[in-house]
Structure formats: C-alpha cells, structure tokens
Design a protein around this ligand. Structure first.
Ligand code: NAD
Length: 378
C-alpha cells in the first residue's frame, strides 16, 4: 500500500461509518484485507472445471453483483489447489464427484452450477437438488426428455429453483429481439431461419463426439441455439418438425450427427428453417416480417453479438453474458424476479431435439408436437 493510500485509509478509519460510505458500502475489514465482501451474495459451486467453467463462468463470477464463486466440484485433484489459490476457495468448499452430496451441509453454497458433459447433467442436478441447493444446469438440459422430467421433479420436491445455462436470455441483443416480437415492431412474421454451427477439428475421442457422453452431436450442442432462436425470434413454439441429416466427414463423425437441417412449423403456418452442424461455420438468426426485418449475426456466440434491422444497426454495450445470466438467476432467488430460463424451457427444447432425431430415424417423417406455450418467457 502506498503512503498516500495508507494515509487515506488512516483518515477513513478515523471517520467510522463515513468511511464505509466512502468505500461504497464495503465493510472496512474486507476493504483493508483486500478480500471481497460476499455477505449479501449467493455462493455458487461450479461442478466440472473444464473449458466453460475455466474461461467463462469463473471469471464472470468475479464480476457478478449477486453471487460469487464459493466452491468447486472436480474429479481432477490437481485442479483443487490451483482454483483454491486463484479464487480464494476454502478447503471445506472443495468437493469431488464422490463426496459431492456432503455439500448439503455447506451453508456458504446456495447454487450448484452443473457444467459437465451432457450425460452427467441429470445425475448432478438431481444430487444438487437433494442436497437442498438451487440448480443451474448447462445446455442441453440432459440427454432425454425423461431425464429433464426427473431434474424438474427433484427440484420441485426439494423446493429449490432451477435455471438453465441459457445465457442469451440475459443478453441485450436477444432481449431486443424478444421486444420486437412482443411489441410486433415489424408486424406479422413471414419468414424466419436460424443457423448454429462451427467446424470441429479437435480430438476425435472428445466427449462431444461420443454419443454416450453427449447424447448426440451438432443438434445437442449447437442445434439448441438454433431452436431457441426460432422460438424467441417468433414468440411461438413449433407445432411440427421435419428433419434431414447428412455427413461429409463420416470418418470423423462416427458416433454423432454432423449436419442437420429441420423445418419447424409454427402455429401461424410459417415454416421456420434451421441448420446446425459440427462441420460448417454459421451463427445467424434472420426474420422477415410484413413491415421489415431483423437479424442477429452472430446470434449465439459469447461476445460480441451483432445485429441490424430494416430500420438500421443495433448497438448495445458489451458485457459478459455469463455475468448477466448468473445475476438474473440470483435475483430470481433473492428478489423473486422472473426466471428467464427455467427448467421447463430446457425440457421443451429437448422435446424438439428428440422429435428431430425421430423424424430423421423415421425417414424424414413429419412429427407433430403439442407444446402450447411451454417454456416461453418474454
Ligand atoms: P469440457 O470438455 O471443457 O469440460 C468438461 C469437464 O467435465 C472437464 O472438467 C472434465 O474433467 C469433466 N468430466 C467429468 N467426467 C467426464 C467424462 N466422463 N468425460 C469427459 N469429461 C468429464 O466441456 P465444456 O465446454 O466445459 O462443457 C461442459 C458443459 O457446458 C456441456 O454441457 C456444454 O454443452 C456446456 N457449455 C455451455 C456453453 C454455453 O454457452 N452455455 C458453452 C460451453 C459449454
């Protein structure tokens, strides 16, 4: 601490409560020790310390207003001390997959955030609910509708909140699209399409290409974004789907789908088009309406999204989507605000995913859906 800083602190200390006000409400003990004051925040435990937790969620939790990183659950002992040091996590808030259930006794953990391969989401979300913790479950919610039902039931029974890791519902460009739809800014929807794809070139043994761990390929991973785009871009759930699949690198995509196209019939008769792939580059939502159009491109990357409409470009300040998402969920718990991405939304998307796979398996058959307004949150 510099001399000037010390003097300033000395003066502040002498002035008691005025000092606390000057420090933005941060208790002096915290301000002086350099530790953050977490007393009014919800503690989050991340389960699975892979790429998404390491590079997106943990850094975002440094900036969240209503929650903070309070614990970790990992199957890799070497990560424990690294994370403990970096994020100031006490030993008693570090768990592995076996002793995870003892998290029930940890008063500092309010929310368990499941960031594991898809086939493990149901098990850990249910164990978290049984431990009495609120749950955030990454996308896709699980690898079957049956598993989604089990997660929802476990959270209901334990009386804990359940949110999906659908960060876009807290993101300003997406929220603007939802506003266009709600207010019919461009009139009745005439045409809508969404693509979500990237080229996978990594290790062919990665879990995303292993059906047992991922539940499926591009559709499970990126397809969920395309489905979501159609729904919030139209404000409607589809009433039927027809789908097609093809592969141009079958030697790499041995176990999971590479490219899928699908037509989602909306209740107004509009036929929405989606494309998802692990072997193409695309990330776009486009909607044409009777009085204009809107577009997001990219529509589902982390940052920055970009958008334009027939009236001109869209411009919003960039903030971590994960920060916005986790604060929205914490506010839902603390203040009873809307759960912008509830479990029901994750289940609805899994119903559509299963219908698309079924359409393909049954020779591109049209599959009826009966979703009503399930999972639509505006
Ligand atoms: P990753 O491969 O980087 O990390 C997976 C983690 O799970 C690793 O820490 C690994 O050690 C652990 N793990 C435990 N058991 C495993 C097993 N049997 N096989 C493989 N890994 C195992 O994956 P990720 O990118 O962090 O994705 C994790 C989850 O987060 C997925 O469900 C993914 O869909 C989701 N995700 C969401 C977003 C988003 O924008 N919302 C972005 C990336 C990932």
């Amino acid at each position: 601490m510099s001399k000037l800083d010390r003097r300033t602190f000395g003066n502040l200390l002498g002035r008691g409560t005025a000092a606390a006000a000057l420090l933005g409400g941060i208790p002096l003990a915290c301000a002086m020790s350099g530790k953050k004051d977490h007393s009014k925040k919800l503690g989050v435990a991340l389960v699975g310390l892979g790429g998404y937790s390491t590079y997106q969620l943990a850094p975002a939790l440094e900036d969240t207003e209503h929650c903070y990183l309070a614990g970790i659950v990992t199957g890799t002992p070497a990560k424990e001390s690294v994370w403990a040091r970096k994020y100031n996590i006490p030993q008693e808030s570090i768990y592995n997959y076996e002793n995870f259930d003892t998290i029930a006794k940890n008063k500092n953990i309010d929310i368990v955030y499941v960031v594991l391969p898809n086939s493990m989401h149901a098990e850990f979300s249910i164990r978290a609910a049984k431990a009495g913790k609120h749950v955030i479950c990454e996308k896709p919610m699980a690898i079957s509708v049956e598993e989604c039902d089990a997660i929802i039931a476990a959270c209901k029974q334990a009386n804990v909140k359940l949110g999906m890791g659908y960060r876009l519902h807290s993101e300003p460009y997406t929220k603007e699209v939802k506003r266009f739809v709600r207010e019919k800014t461009f009139g009745e929807l005439k045409e809508i399409s969404a693509d979500a794809a990237y080229v996978s070139r990594g290790n062919p043994d990665q879990w995303r290409l292993n059906r047992a761990l991922s539940g499926g390929g591009a559709l499970m991973n990126m397809g969920v974004y395309a489905i979501q785009s159609i729904i919030y871009g139209s404000g409607m759930n589809p009433v039927a789907v027809t789908a097609q699949e093809y592969s141009t690198r079958p030697e790499y995509f041995k176990d999971t789908d590479e490219t899928i196209t699908a037509q989602l019939e909306l209740p107004t008769g509009v036929r929405a088009e989606i494309m998802t792939s692990h072997n193409k580059r695309a990330n776009r939502l486009y909607a044409s309406c009777e009085n204009g159009w809107f577009e997001l491109d990219p529509a589902s990357t982390y940052i920055p999204l970009a958008g334009r409409t027939s009236k001109g470009p869209l411009t919003f300040p960039q903030e971590s989507q994960q920060k916005l998402q986790m604060d929205d969920f914490a506010r839902h718990i603390l203040k009873g605000t809307t759960n912008v991405a509830p479990g029901e939304m994750g289940k609805r998307d899994m119903i559509i995913v299963e219908a698309i796979y079924r359409s393909i398996a049954e020779g591109n058959k049209r599959i009826d859906l009966d979703l009503g307004t399930m999972g639509i949150v505006n």
